[in-house]
Write a protein that binds this ligand. Structure first.
Ligand code: PEP
Ligand code: MN
Length: 293
């Protein structure tokens, strides 16, 4: 029996003998596609790094060069402004998108671009190597259905209040089409107040035990604290994550937006990438027999 089958075959669950029966309300979890999905091969560990926000050509060039110098091939960046409170100039920042895209093309970097609005999927598709669905949009089913039509990798971030079942349910929407989902654990709500959100390493481990959908950890958004980003990222890799998303910048303290506090500098990014590569190699070596068995 494969490890993950314990979860589906609830009578075999060692701690909760009948997990399904314990659910008083709500639909019974249903994720047939997730269970059988075999992703195409991808570079592992998948390290995605970059700023919270795309700011300027100078910033993009500095970050791109630093990523390349550290063997990182995927750059993230925000080009859609929105916020907790409505503002005047929200929307897709087209000129920054064009600038970022042309520098990435010039340097051979792949880019990860978030799409927030089903009406912009076609526009973003032309730029993005990986399309990101942000945590707050995880259950935007119109957006999921639109993005599902793309023949692209899609990072799907867990909503802060979403359960594992809800995350996998959202993933089912992507698997209805051609999209190749990559789950992202970016922390959820908890009563703790030392971090912005609580990164669930148990969720990462559970996903790895259940299915073959890749999963990354995003300790930048999970912690909201640059001093914890490396430790939490490595914890995620140690429980089996296939890679990570990390926010970095040449001058973190002056990075645009509220996420400056969680943004790390280039030397920290280089150290983190090196450790992620080492731990990922170690973990996959240890688990190789289990996977073959
Ligand atoms: C982001 O990745 O820039 C972001 C806003 O993250 P999240 O959707 O996880 O909050
Ligand atoms: Mn951010």
């Amino acid at each position: 029996m494969k490890m993950g089958e314990l979860y589906y075959n609830s009578t075999a669950w060692p701690v909760k003998p009948d997990f399904a029966a314990m659910r008083t309300f709500g639909p019974t979890p249903r994720y047939e596609r997730v269970k059988t999905y075999q992703p195409p091969s991808m570079p592992l560990p998948l390290i995605i790094a970059g700023p919270c926000q795309i700011e300027s050509e100078e910033q993009v060039r500095a970050i791109a060069d630093s990523l390349i110098a550290n063997g990182i091939k995927f750059m993230r960046g925000g080009v859609f402004s929105a916020g907790t409170y409505p503002g005047d100039s929200f929307g897709l920042r087209g000129t920054e998108m064009d600038m970022w895209y042309s520098i990435a093309q010039e340097k051979g970097l792949k880019i990860v671009v978030e799409v927030c609005d089903p009406r912009q999927v076609e526009t973003i598709e032309a730029y993005a190597d990986i399309v990101q669905i942000g945590a707050r949009a995880m259950q935007n089913y119109a957006l999921l259905s639109e993005v599902a039509q793309l023949d692209k990798w899609v990072t799907l971030k867990r909503a802060p209040g979403a359960t594992l079942d809800e995350l996998l349910g959202a993933c089912e929407y992507l698997l209805k089409g051609k999209a190749k989902p990559i789950l992202v654990e970016r922390g959820g709500a908890s009563h703790l107040n030392h971090c912005r959100w609580e990164l669930s390493v148990s969720l990462v481990a559970a996903v790895k035990a259940m299915c073959n959908v890749p999963i990354l950890v995003d300790a930048s958004h999970a912690s909201g604290r640059r001093d914890l980003v490396e430790r939490l990222t490595l914890a995620g890799i140690a429980v089996g994550a296939d890679g990570c998303i990390v926010e970095c910048h040449q001058d973190p303290a002056n990075a645009r937006g509220a996420d400056a506090v969680q943004t790390i500098d280039f030397p920290a990014m280089a150290r983190l990438a090196d450790k992620v590569n080492k731990i990922h190699r170690e973990i996959n070596h240890e688990h190789s027999n289990e996977k073959l068995g």
